[in-house]
Design a protein around this ligand. Structure first.
Ligand SMILES: [Zn+2]
Ligand SMILES: [Zn+2]
Length: 476
């Protein structure tokens, strides 16, 4: 097996396993930063290390903390702010607020599975003397709320172990951890931790290290260039996100500073829906010429009451079909009660059905524990007739991967029920945990191409009263 480590200075090495682990040596003993994985022992052997006497972790994610056996006498140091996420992990895993509904992700899924014993906790400016080196702790939140950077002064040079703050020049390890709400829940905060990340990177820059050693990624020997490139790309990426974000419709105050930016899609007004539609909560209801009802989604018992009222008023006879757009709790919470009240056929796309029939098998944003019975599973392009309308079902992986779209043609219109995927301001939410895949045939690109091909006269969002459409120019 080839050597898996590099030497940064006389006393400092980095092991390159599934993460980078810092090895500060003093004779045959070592201090380790973010040890994780099993390939590590060989490097220690090659370096002649027989005793690990101190371990430092930059943050609590299990990808950089697990599978390294920690013997009893070893000192283990972690950021004070994250200490309980090392020692009391069961409070996370046993708390139902971290299992169901899930609108907030701090701390998140990368929590340790098993607790790690901690002997030392560090806050900003803490000093650690070890061998011929001196270490300084910088609080550098961003990737997690309590992440720290360890500056090591050794052999006349300064090195910064930055955790997952940066991956390589201009690159990040992943975007999911930056999902964070400012004035709203984390769910609506795409790249919401970018300001914290930026301040942390500036703090690291101020400390003038010669090298940045990320937990995941490549050792960077030009910190200024690496940080500048990342900050520039983050700003660019966020601007592109805002340019077509549907959140501008829901929370205009969050985006005031971006108004009028070049290339940002103007928000057009919607148009009135046909008079045989009804909209309650997140539910759309179509009334046929024979007064039958086709219902989409049921997030709250209020919707059931309102449909019963329509029946009492003689506006509808009965509900004959029910379609579920996607798995989010505000669309499915009351489906079990709905199904008891209105015995009709429940139809959903196969990808949606997988989640709503078995929610315990998934861990996703806004997931509901409600279990839905699905009578008919559709595949992309399946069509059927419902009264005077032709219905065509699609897998529509927009707002989430687990999402369907329904084209309803009849009475001179082509209506597309896109769940929560679009508003007249653009694409919805962009919550990274929803699995919005990027690429030509997947995610929003697939959805937009379908809209372009189907040319609906009316697009509907479950949360928005007016109908809308997109021009070809807007889609491109
Ligand atoms: Zn991490
Ligand atoms: Zn939704």
């Amino acid at each position: 097996m080839e050597t898996q480590f590099s030497r940064l200075s006389q006393h400092l090495y980095v092991h390159h396993g599934h993460v980078n682990t810092g090895i500060l040596c003093d004779g045959d003993r070592a201090l380790l930063i973010d040890p994780s994985g099993t390939t590590f022992q060989m490097t220690l052997g090659e370096l002649g290390i027989t005793k690990v006497d101190q371990i430092l972790f930059t943050h609590h994610h299990r990808d950089s903390t697990t599978d390294f056996p920690i013997s009893d006498g070893v000192r283990v140091g972690v950021p004070t702010e994250e200490a309980s996420w090392f020692t009391e992990v069961e409070t996370f895993w046993n708390d139902s607020q971290y299992r169901w509904h899930l609108y907030n992700y701090h701390p998140h899924n990368l929590m340790l599975a098993d607790a790690i014993r901690v002997t030392d906790t560090y806050t900003e400016g803490a000093q650690i003397a070890w061998g011929s080196a001196s270490l300084t702790v910088l609080e550098t939140p961003g990737h997690t709320d309590g992440s720290v950077t360890y500056l090591i002064d050794v052999d006349g040079k300064r090195f910064a172990f930055t955790g997952d703050l940066i991956y390589d020049e201009g690159q990040l390890w992943e975007l999911y951890s930056l999902q964070k709400g400012q004035q709203t829940s984390d769910y609506h905060g795409f790249l919401g931790a970018r300001d914290e990340l930026k301040q942390s990177l500036e703090k690291v820059r101020q400390a003038s290290p010669a090298m940045l050693i990320p937990t995941h990624g490549a050792v960077m020997d030009n910190p200024d260039r690496a940080i500048d490139a990342l900050l520039e790309r983050l700003a660019y990426c966020y601007d592109k996100y805002v340019a077509i974000s549907a959140l501008r419709h829901y929370f205009p105050q969050l985006f005031a500073e971006f108004e009028g930016h070049p290339g940002h899609m103007p928000i057009r007004e919607g148009k009135p829906p046909p008079e045989y539609l009804r909209h309650f909560g997140t539910t759309w209801l179509i009334i046929s010429e024979r007064d039958e009802a086709f219902v989409m989604d049921c997030g709250s018992p209020n919707v059931i009451k309102q449909i019963q009222q329509l029946q009492a008023d003689g506006e509808i006879s009965e509900v004959t079909q029910f379609w579920v757009t996607h798995y989010h709790d505000d669309h499915v919470n009351a489906i079990p009660e709905f199904q008891e009240t209105f015995p009709c056929e429940t139809i959903a796309d196969s990808v949606v059905a997988a989640v709503i029939t078995n929610p315990i098998g998934f861990r996703l944003p806004c997931i509901s524990p409600a279990v839905t019975r699905v009578d008919r599973i559709t595949r992309d392009g399946d069509s059927w007739q419902w009264n005077e309308f032709t219905m065509t079902a699609y897998h529509f992986p927009g707002q989430t991967y687990y999402h369907g779209g329904l084209l309803v043609e009849g009475r001179g219109v082509r209506m597309f029920f896109g769940g929560d995927s679009f508003t007249m301001a653009g694409i919805d939410d962009y919550c990274s945990g929803n699995r919005n895949l990027l690429g030509a045939d997947v995610g929003y690109e697939k959805c937009l191409r379908l809209i372009q091909e189907l040319k609906p006269t009316h697009i509907f969002n479950c949360h928005v009263d007016p109908a809308f459409d997109f021009t070809d120019a807007e889609i491109v």
